[in-house]
Design a protein around this ligand. Structure first.
Ligand code: PA5
Length: 447
């Protein structure tokens, strides 16, 4: 039988009482009920709750399209921003080799575009694409987001001028709204194969739709296992009204009690750089869901032990406004032991025979104790292993916890009104039709 991820509150004990957490978890079962029954804020966007089951019917088609892209190209460019790219990237980076370009085994490469408008990035991307045989998966729910739209226009032009319109049409897949948006019209006009993003699933909750699943499948990872993991997480979170055993309830409640105690920054910690993008995904999930109406915990992240030699100083001794959530992975597939050396010139013989993962675990345990003693509460999420199944569990767990946490904060976790502000100014500065007046005002301001 497979294990499940679990939450440990040992590093919280000096800061909050377990009784207090238990009492608030019990009281928050009502909020889980609101989420599941669709009676809370943002109830039009709760389709993600049922995705672990509902995606099953699409897996065969997703795998078929992934197989096609792998057969006609050696590289796929995933074009998207925010929720339209971070979930896929989190899973792909967590499961990929750390040196993907250098391993003998020829794997299909996944690279990304449309998540910035940096000219150098795009120039260098087009330069490498000149030399490879690529396909494109373009993802945008609205179909109108500027960054991916610009990247897609450039890539479409590049591909069509290299191999013609009909070959390009065979190698471009669009994932967007079923009816609305510029990307939908463009896809229909050019005859691209498409997948629909359900109306009731917001970008940052969409990893279990084709938005996340197609790129993960193209990268060669097991999307059935990923969905199975999410399904098992649904059983212990979404469907579990027991406040003592529901890790999503306990996590949501603990982080909010810490916020009330003045800890307004949560730092997601990993000791495996493959989890870097899991943290990027998590930051978007929580930042965009909770940071509104002057409320919310600021989500930050670190890669340890790397960042123990940079931000570690601040975490240990800076302003006492932080708490940490450690992603603690139990086992790794490697077996590297430190060799003994006769003369012990580097004075490491005390480690001889020890596995690297044991040293990393000691770094983790030592760090948690040190940070605890320095006034930093630590929540630990135990992950049995880094594979598709447990990533599915982890991501679905974080989504359910995010819904509950937003309700504890009394915000709508499923909208993102604040994202529009920068767009309006950018459009005004670029003379987008309809923004002429705003443009005049801004230019006055800038004089
Ligand atoms: O979570 C969200 O809704 C956002 O981060 C979106 O995913 C992001 O803004 C991209 O939007 P779209 O998919 O419409 O291009």
């Amino acid at each position: 039988m497979k294990e499940t991820i679990s939450i440990s509150l040992k590093g919280i004990e000096g800061f909050l009482s377990l009784e207090e957490i238990a009492a608030h978890s019990k009281a928050s079962v009502r909020l889980l009920g609101q989420l599941v029954s669709g009676t809370g804020p943002g109830s039009d966007f709760l389709g993600w709750l049922r995705l672990p089951e509902n995606i099953a019917g699409q897996i065969a088609r997703i795998e078929k399209v992934a197989k096609h892209l792998r057969s006609v190209s050696d590289t796929t460019v995933v074009v998207g921003i925010g929720g339209s790219y971070l979930g896929a990237r989190a899973v792909i980076e967590a499961l990929s080799h750390s040196f993907p370009g250098m391993v003998k085994e020829k794997k299909h490469k996944i690279i990304y575009a449309g998540h910035n408008v940096c000219e150098e990035y795009m120039g260098e991307l087009l330069e490498v694409l000149d030399k490879c045989n690529y396909s494109v998966v373009v993802i945008s729910k609205s179909g109108t987001t500027t960054e991916p739209a610009i990247a897609f226009r450039l890539l479409k032009n590049h591909m069509e001028s290299r191999c013609g319109k009909s070959v390009a049409a065979d190698r471009i897949i669009a994932i967007t709204d079923a009816k609305k948006g510029a990307l939908r019209s463009l896809a229909d006009l050019n005859g691209y194969e498409t997948f629909d993003i359900p109306d009731d699933v917001g970008g940052r909750f969409s990893v279990l739709t084709p938005v996340g699943m197609l790129p993960i499948a193209v990268a060669g990872f097991d999307i059935k296992e990923f969905a199975e993991g999410a399904k098992s997480a649904a059983a212990i979170t979404r469907d579990n009204k027991d406040p003592q055993s529901n890790p999503a309830l306990i996590y949501a409640v603990t982080r909010n009690l810490l916020l009330q105690a003045g800890k307004s920054i949560e730092v997601l910690v990993n000791f495996n750089p493959k989890l870097h993008y899991t943290a990027e995904w998590w930051k978007q999930l929580y930042g965009e869901s909770e940071g509104k109406e002057g409320k919310g915990i600021f989500p930050a992240s670190v890669d340890f032990t790397t960042d123990l030699h940079s931000l570690g100083q601040y975490i240990q001794e800076g302003q006492r406004i932080l708490f940490e959530t450690v992603l603690s992975v139990k086992s790794t597939g490697e077996r590297i032991r430190i060799p003994a050396e006769k003369d012990d010139q580097d004075q490491l013989n005390y480690l001889a025979g020890k596995q690297l993962s044991e040293i990393n675990k000691s770094a983790e345990t030592g760090t948690v104790i040190a940070h605890n003693e320095g006034g930093v509460p630590v929540i630990t999420i135990n992950i049995p292993a880094l594979n598709a199944y447990y990533l599915g569990q982890l991501m679905y767990f974080f989504e359910v916890a995010c819904g509950i946490s937003g309700y504890i904060l009394d915000v709508n976790p499923f909208d993102q009104p604040g994202v529009e502000a920068y767009k309006k100014n950018m459009f005004a500065l670029l003379n987008k039709p309809g923004y002429e007046e705003a443009g005049k005002k801004l230019k006055e301001k800038l004089k």
